[in-house]
Design a protein around this ligand. Structure first.
Ligand code: CP3
Length: 374
């Protein structure tokens, strides 16, 4: 099969799969006309929400993720409380580390900690790729959520169900740094070592990328088979890379992952933070939708992404702490920047943070619905 032919088949598969449903969220991902702009929020189920905190009192974060009844309940409660158009499955970016043989925990107040960071070729060679089935609890959570939202809502629209995984770079950065990082020194050391062909450690980075893509593609497949309508790929920390480094070390494996997920017949949303300079390169991955952070006005970000691609964003999550009139004006501004063009999904430029007033989030949903009616 020629490359062109296979690309065409992926396009057709994605469109057919999504025409079948009547979800305005999925239609917007494909730049099809919608009755109004769909809206959902990054981290819509989380610590700002009392319902989540009540569940969190009974279970650790990982217990919630690994117990489908509970993860599904948290996902559904948040989506229904807010009245959004899509539900993102409650899980965490780091879950695939476990079946690869990398142990980690969430330490209160400090975020994720990997017990033995992966920094050598020998450690990369030891990573496992054949245990992805151990993540099936996420697929089971999705099955429950999909069943719950199978019927159309009062307005005739079916809620979109979002599965997700990390991008190879962002996930690799957690494995290598051992947690959150400021300068990504060890990650970049491994990346740069691959620029010296024949050097002892030059194979570590490409092999790590290859293994991550294999695991993430299989993980995304489980989620799609369980009922995810769309897969969002989080490259949260790609913004620490220069454009040439992103192109040399990350674009290839990310494109490979995006292609493999789109072949499953679902649209892909590709999201990162502080990505203004990376947007044209991110678009080259072939993702259907690019997530925009709040630093660049949406129209400018969309222009950088280029025509023929949808965008998601991009209200500053901290604007949700502003007085009502200010939030309303900012919502209007984002919608005005989108200009009613097909292919805009309203969201924040990054996740909702703890302490955000839930009632403000709900108001934003109402305003998007009201202001974006076609
Ligand atoms: O509704 C939702 O979006 C929640 C589901 C979700 C979680 N993590 C649950 C979670 C999603 C989509 C994620 C993705 C995730 N996890 C990302 C990418 C998204 C982004 O914000 O860019 C990243 C980088 C992670 C890794 C991670 N998980 C970190 C760095 C932390 C600690 C952050 C902190 O402020 O403590 C987590 C913990 C985490 N994952 C929480 C939640 C609700 C909060 C901790 C808790 O409930 O104990």
């Amino acid at each position: 099969m020629s490359e062109r032919q296979s690309a065409l088949e992926v396009e057709t598969a994605v469109e057919e799969a999504s025409q079948a449903g009547t979800s305005r969220f999925v239609r917007a991902c494909l730049r099809l006309p919608v009755d109004r702009t769909p809206v959902w929020f990054l981290r819509q189920a989380g610590r700002y929400m009392p319902e989540y905190m009540a569940v969190r009192k009974q279970h650790t974060l990982l217990e919630i993720c690994r117990t489908p009844e509970v993860a599904a309940e948290v996902t559904i409660t948040a989506a229904e409380r807010l009245g959004v158009d899509a539900a993102i499955i409650f899980a965490d970016l780091l879950l695939p580390l476990t079946p690869m043989g990398v142990d980690f925990e969430f330490v209160a107040g400090e975020g994720p900690q990997v017990h033995t960071p992966v920094r050598t070729l020998a450690q990369v060679e030891a990573l496992e790729t054949g245990r992805v089935d151990e993540l099936s609890y996420v697929a089971h959570s999705i099955e429950r959520v999909a069943k719950h939202f199978a019927a159309p809502r009062a307005d005739g629209d079916r809620l979109g169900i979002i599965g997700f995984c990390g991008a190879p770079f962002t996930l690799a950065s957690y494995m290598i740094e051992g947690g959150s990082s400021r300068n990504y020194v060890d990650t970049k050391k491994m990346m740069y070592a691959s620029g010296v062909p024949g050097a002892a450690e030059s194979r570590a980075w490409p092999l790590l990328m290859e293994k991550l893509v294999e695991v993430l593609a299989a993980y995304a497949q489980q989620q799609v088979e369980a009922g995810a309508d769309v897969i969002q790929i989080f490259d949260s920390w790609a913004g620490v890379l220069s454009v040439p480094d992103y192109r040399e070390f990350c674009l290839g494996p990310t494109t490979d992952l995006v292609e493999r997920v789109r072949r499953l017949g679902v649209p892909v949303i590709y999201f990162g933070v502080e990505t203004a300079s990376l947007l044209p390169a991110m678009r080259e991955t072939g993702a259907d939708v690019i997530g925009l952070d709040w630093r660049t006005p949406l129209a400018e970000g969309w222009k950088a992404v280029g025509p023929g691609c949808a965008v998601q964003g991009n209200l500053d999550p901290i604007a949700l702490f502003a007085p009502e009139a200010v939030i309303r004006a900012r919502v209007a501004e984002v919608l005005q920047q989108a200009g009613g063009r097909d292919g805009h999904i309203f969201n924040l430029g990054h996740g909702i943070v703890p302490g955000t007033p839930v009632e403000n989030v709900i108001k934003v949903v109402g305003w998007v619905k009201e202001m974006s009616q076609r």
